[in-house]
Design a protein around this ligand. Structure first.
Ligand SMILES: [Zn+2]
Length: 265
């Protein structure tokens, strides 16, 4: 079952690559894929996730242009994330797990688009941001309403917790951006800060931001040590925020004990 989700992730990952490229190029999403250099259409058997990249040794069949490693990497990590979501949330015999599974598959897919897009173009695709925000609010309304009706634990306002955490992080990031004159982070990160809070809620948002800043700092130090970049080089920040979100959502599911330790320290 987990393996089926991995394969589904590879296929969705291939679709996400197409979305990322076409968001930038403003092309129709339903047109067949073509090589960006020679513009020759790619046949279906040269468009199989991971496998085609290996078989063609990373080159276009007609013009020999090298294909970016970003494509198979995106496919592979989408596959891995889909498998993780399935193992954390999905139980075939329990229909109540279907909605959370679907929600996290969609949200993680949208986060992967923002991750790769910001990494390549240093810009947040706002359409994807609004989609993720809208879908999260809708999901919270549905589960909050379910909890409210069952009266099991009284109120559990996921939406309230998410919007509160999101507003606080967005305000903090806005201050950092404004006073650093966009040298520490950009206005796109203010929107991303809201999404971090909305997705992980209060108080997990502290864990999420700590993870993001730690991974970001390690990456920054590595970049200075192993390349010619200086501390002043601009590094997109959204990928680190997304690492933080995904780890904060998945870690407590993978390690329940670690999760309760981190959340109730
Ligand atoms: Zn070509």
């Amino acid at each position: 079952m987990i393996f089926a989700f991995f394969i589904l992730g590879l296929i969705i990952g291939s679709f996400l690559n197409a979305v990322i490229y076409r968001l930038k190029a403003v092309e129709s999403l339903w047109e067949r894929s073509h090589c960006p250099k020679c513009r020759k259409k790619i046949s279906w058997h040269d468009n199989i996730p991971l496998l085609s990249f290996v078989l063609l040794s990373g080159r276009c069949r007609s013009c020999g242009e090298t294909i970016s490693w970003a494509y198979p990497l995106t496919e592979f990590f989408t596959g891995v994330l889909f498998a993780l979501v399935a193992s954390c949330f999905f139980v075939l015999g329990d229909a109540t797990t279907y909605l959370p599974t679907l929600f996290y598959l969609i949200i993680f897919s949208l986060l992967i688009i923002i991750f790769v897009y910001d990494f390549q173009y240093m810009e947040i695709p706002m359409l994807i941001f609004w989609l993720a925000t809208g879908i999260s609010i809708l999901y919270y309304l549905i589960i909050d309403w379910g909890i409210f009706q069952s009266q099991a634990g009284g109120f559990s306002l996921n939406l309230f917790s998410g919007v509160l955490a999101g507003a606080i992080v967005a305000a903090l990031f806005f201050v950092l951006t404004y006073f650093s004159k966009e040298t520490w982070m950009g206005y796109g990160d203010v929107y991303m800060g809201f999404l971090v809070g909305l997705l992980v809620g209060w108080p997990a948002v502290f864990l999420s931001l700590t993870l993001s800043f730690t991974i970001g700092a390690l990456f920054g130090v590595g970049l200075v040590l192993f390349s010619r970049r200086t501390m002043k080089s601009q590094v997109p920040f959204a990928p680190f925020l997304i690492f933080g979100i995904i780890l904060t959502i998945l870690l407590p599911e993978i390690f329940p004990k670690l999760g309760s330790f981190l959340f109730y320290m």
